[in-house]
Design a protein around this ligand. Sequence first.
Ligand code: PBG
Length: 347
Amino acid sequence: MSEPSIPPGTAFPTTRPRRLRQHAWLRGMVAETVLTPADLVWPLFVHDAAAAVPVAAMPGVDRLTLDGVRRAAAEAAALSIPAVALFPVVDPRHKSDDAAHACDDDNLACRAVRAIRAETGGAVGVVCDVALDPYTSHGHDGLLADGQILNDETVEVLCRQSLSLAAAGCHVVAPSDMMDGRVGAIRRALDAAGRQDVCILSYAAKYASAFYGPFRDALGSSAALDAGAKRGIADKKTYQMDVANGDEALREVGLDVAEGADMVMVKPAGTALDVIWRVKRAFGLPTLAYQVSGEYAMIRAAAGHGWIDGARAAAESVLVIKRAGADAVLTYFAPELARAMQGSAAR
Ligand code: PBG
């Protein structure tokens, strides 16, 4: 006589998470995070030239002409991308130690804002970086004296730069300079000029990151920064945050919120998912994250070698930024992701 047999599988769990992973429809139905075009902001480089010029380390990204920017904004509208973020590549003859051109109402950034507004009206949001690095001869985000970046003097220029951009029709000014007190000063300057309507997206937690390299090449500020570093003049580490710090990011965000920031940004995104999570939980404010040039370049480079599936890696890298708590992501992948989403969510 044999022993009564134990039904097979009794020792196995009754809860099987794999049940929900069997079918595409089921995975889609239970997905906790879904990326849509409304989650994307598309950063655009614009230069004053007759033709687009590729950015070497960012395959697929060009320095656009004014007309190219106008067309990109129209494409953003067609793809339901809510906003573009503008970065001017300034001609070296407009760079100076006092960054005066940053406050010229007819500079390239302002002309690009007007071109986009003329093309799309209010259909596409225009976000403009507020910082002096495109305009300084040394490539720093602030004014330099005796090898140091001056805080309060820089903030005055940032206020004037914000007013020029607001007058051109920019919806959101995004101070990315990391000077202390600039959000409050810019808010007061905008309000005094009757521009209560202009939002402030503060790059509140911006790290001194190695991942900005391709962006600095695109803007043409790398060489000047490297030359300055050799002469021992200020380092961006004297104003951007140390990547070692997380609590400090919360203090930075707290200050900017108290000063009147409408939205805050964490940057870079992929190396600061924990910070995005903490900021969103602590403040509950619209929290954006910037997948920066180096993050883009790494994925493109590996995909270019055939080492990873570039489209899948791009979609995954942005989806997890949203899972970490970001309400929107600035990413150079924005147009290709939005195109892929037409008809289906990118997952
Ligand atoms: C400068 C600025 C930088 C980026 C956005 N604004 C570079 C820097 O701080 O040196 C980086 C964006 C990117 O790498 O994609 N104010």
